[in-house]
Write a protein that binds this ligand. Structure first.
Ligand code: NAD
Length: 488
C-alpha cells in the first residue's frame, strides 16, 4: 500500500498513528495515512508559531512573499497531473474535474502572490495638530485551516494563498477522507523555498485532531470549510482560544428558472449545478424552483440528460458522474430520498445506490411540489439529488428561493432584465448567478450567511481578513507634555 507522511516544521514524518484510506471506486483500502493526534498537533502549531516570529518569515518583505507564492503556483502547474490523479484516487472526484480544477488552483496562488505587496495601511486625518496617526495592517498570526474532502486543493488554496500573502503562518488539517492530494501538496510546497514551519500539513479525525487544533491556545484564526454541525464545534472550540473564525458551510441553493429562459442552456446549467462533482459541492443548485408553465417540458429534458450521464470509474476521462467519497454519503442520500417519497414527493429518476462495486449513486430527481415539508427541500444531501418545486408568480419564486436556513448560492434563468434585477435584490444568498451557474474566480468573493456560515474567500477582502489593524500615534511636538492628568 502507498504510504503518505505529514509535514511539520519543514520535515516529513509518520503521524502518532496511521489509518487506511479507502478508494471510493472500489471500496477497498489503497493507502496508509499519518494520523495526527495531540502531540503532532502541538508540534505543528509550535512550528507555525516559531516561523511566524522568525526573522526569515517576519522579516521578509511582502514582495518576497509574493515571489515565493508565484514559485508555488508554478510548481502546482508543473505537478498538476500528479495532484489531480491523487485527488481522483483518494476522493473519487472524476479526473475531468480534478484536472481542470488543479490547473485553476495555481491561478488562485498567482492572484494572492500579486496581492502580497498591495495590502496597504492608512493615514488618518486626526483631530489633533501635534499628532501623526496611521494604521498598519499586520498578519493576524497563526492560522488553523480545516477542510473537508471535496476539492481540498481548491478549498485550501483560498485559505493558504491569502494567509501567506498577509504574512501569517498556517497549520492545515486535511480531511481524514481523501487526504492524499494535500499530503502530496506539502511535498510540492516544500520545494518552493518558504522558511520551515510557514505551512504545516497534518490529517486526522475530528475530535482527536481537529478539535485539539482549533481550540489550541496558540491559534489566532480558524478558517473552516465543512458542515454546519462541525462548525458549531469549531465555534465552541474557539471559546477556548478566542480565535477569530471564518466559516464556509453548506447550502440548499435555489436554481430558479422562469418561463422565458433559454431552456437548453438552463437544463445544461442545472445538470452541471447538481450532478457535477457527483453533487458533492457546497454550491450545488439542489433546489430547482421552476415556472409551472414550463415545468413538464423542463423536467422531461432534465430526466433525459440525467439518465444519459456517463457513470463510471473516476479515472476514466469519459466519466461524468463518479462515486461518492464515502459510504456515509450514500446512506444520507438514500435516507433523504425515502423520507421524501414517504412525505409525498414523486421520484422522477434515480433514488437508490447502484448495484456495483464502489460508492455509486445515480443522478436523482424528486418532484417535491406536493411535499413542501420534505427534508429534501431543507437538508443538504451533498450528493446528486435534485429537489423540484413549481411556482406560478415571481413573488412565489422569490418566497420559495428564500425559504431556507442556508444562504450560500443561487441561480436565476430569465431573459427579462428588469426581473433579473428584482431577483438579484431579493435573493438572500452570498452569490447570485444570472443565466449561468457554478462560475468561480480568484477575484470574486465566495461565501454565504445563515447556516452557510460567515466570512468570504477569494478577492481582496479575503487577504485583508488575515490581517489586524494596529493604530500608531506619533507626537510631532518638541514641547514638554502639558498637564499629565488631562487626556489629550
Ligand atoms: P465535516 O464538517 O464533517 O468535516 C470538515 C472537516 O472538519 C474535516 O477535516 C473534519 O475532520 C473536521 N472536523 C470534524 N469534527 C471536528 C471538530 N470537532 N473540530 C474540528 N474539526 C473537526 O464536513 P464534510 O462532511 O467532510 O464535508 C461536507 C460539508 O462541507 C458539506 O456541508 C459542504 O457543503 C461543506 N462545504 C462547504 C464549502 C464552502 O465553501 N461553503 C465547500 C465545500 C464543502
Amino acid at each position: 500500500m502507498q504510504q503518505f507522511q505529514q509535514y511539520i516544521g519543514g520535515m516529513f514524518s509518520d503521524g502518532s498513528a496511521q489509518f487506511e484510506s479507502q478508494d471510493p471506486a472500489t471500496g477497498k483500502p489503497w493507502a496508509l495515512m499519518p494520523e495526527a493526534r495531540e502531540g503532532d498537533v502541538n508540534a505543528a502549531v509550535d512550528a507555525a508559531q516559531t516561523a511566524f516570529y522568525s526573522p526569515e518569515w517576519a522579516g521578509m518583505t511582502p514582495s518576497q512573499r509574493g515571489k515565493l507564492l508565484h514559485r508555488l503556483a508554478d510548481l502546482i502547474a508543473d505537478n498538476a497531473e500528479t495532484l489531480a490523479a491523487l485527488e481522483t484516487r483518494d476522493t473519487g472526484k472524476i479526473i475531468r474535474e480534478t484536472s481542470a480544477q488543479v490547473a485553476y488552483v495555481a491561478e488562485y496562488y498567482r492572484y494572492y502572490a500579486g496581492l502580497a505587496d498591495k495590502i496597504e495601511g492608512a493615514h488618518l486625518p486626526i483631530d489633533k495638530p501635534d499628532m501623526e496617526v496611521w494604521l498598519r495592517r499586520e498578519p493576524v498570526g497563526v492560522v488553523a485551516a480545516v477542510v473537508p474532502w471535496n476539492s481540498q486543493l481548491f478549498l485550501s488554496a483560498v485559505k493558504i494563498g491569502p494567509a501567506l500573502a498577509a504574512g501569517c503562518t498556517v497549520v492545515l488539517k486535511a480531511s481524514e477522507d481523501g487526504p492524499a492530494p494535500m499530503l502530496e501538496f506539502a511535498r510540492i510546497f516544500d520545494q518552493a523555498g518558504f522558511p520551515a514551519g510557514v505551512l504545516n500539513v497534518i490529517t486526522g479525525f475530528g475530535p482527536k485532531c481537529g478539535a485539539v487544533l482549533t481550540s489550541h491556545p496558540k491559534i489566532d484564526h480558524v478558517a473552516f470549510t465543512g458542515g454546519p454541525d462541525t462548525a458549531r464545534h469549531i465555534v465552541r472550540n474557539s471559546a477556548e482560544n478566542l480565535a477569530s473564525t471564518s466559516l464556509e458551510l453548506g447550502g440548499k441553493s435555489p436554481f430558479i428558472v422562469f418561463e422565458d429562459a433559454d431552456i437548453e442552456s438552463a437544463v445544461n446549467a442545472q445538470v452541471s449545478g447538481i450532478f457535477a462533482a457527483t453533487g458533492q459541492s457546497c454550491v450545488a443548485g439542489s433546489r430547482l424552483v421552476i415556472s409551472n408553465q414550463i415545468k413538464d417540458l423542463f423536467l422531461k429534458r432534465l430526466k433525459e440528460k440525467a439518465e444519459a450521464v456517463v457513470i463510471g470509474e473516476p479515472d476514466d476521462i469519459a466519466t461524468e458522474v463518479g462515486p461518492l467519497c464515502t459510504t456515509a454519503q450514500i446512506q444520507l442520500a438514500e435516507a433523504l430520498v425515502s423520507q421524501s417519497t414517504q412525505a409525498g414527493a414523486k421520484l422522477i429518476t434515480g433514488g437508490t445506490a447502484l448495484d456495483r462495486t464502489g460508492n455509486f449513486f445515480p443522478p436523482t430527481i424528486l418532484d417535491c411540489s406536493n411535499a413542501p415539508e420534505t427534508p429534501c427541500l431543507t437538508q443538504e444531501a451533498f450528493g446528486p439529488v435534485l429537489s423540484v418545486v413549481g411556482f406560478d408568480t415571481e413573488a412565489e419564486a422569490l418566497q420559495i428561493a428564500n425559504d431556507t436556513a442556508f444562504g450560500l448560492a443561487s441561480g436565476v434563468f430569465t431573459k427579462d432584465l428588469t426581473r433579473a434585477h428584482r431577483m438579484i435584490r431579493g435573493i438572500r444568498a452570498g452569490i447570485v448567478w444570472v443565466n449561468t451557474y457554478r462560475a468561480v474566480s480568484p477575484m470574486a468573493p465566495f461565501g454565504g450567511h445563515g447556516l452557510s456560515g460567515h466570512g468570504r474567500e477569494g478577492g481582496i477582502q479575503a487577504a485583508l481578513d488575515y490581517t489586524k489593524v494596529k493604530a500608531v500615534w506619533l507626537r510631532t511636538s518638541d514641547e514638554p507634555i502639558p498637564d499629565p492628568f488631562v487626556m489629550r
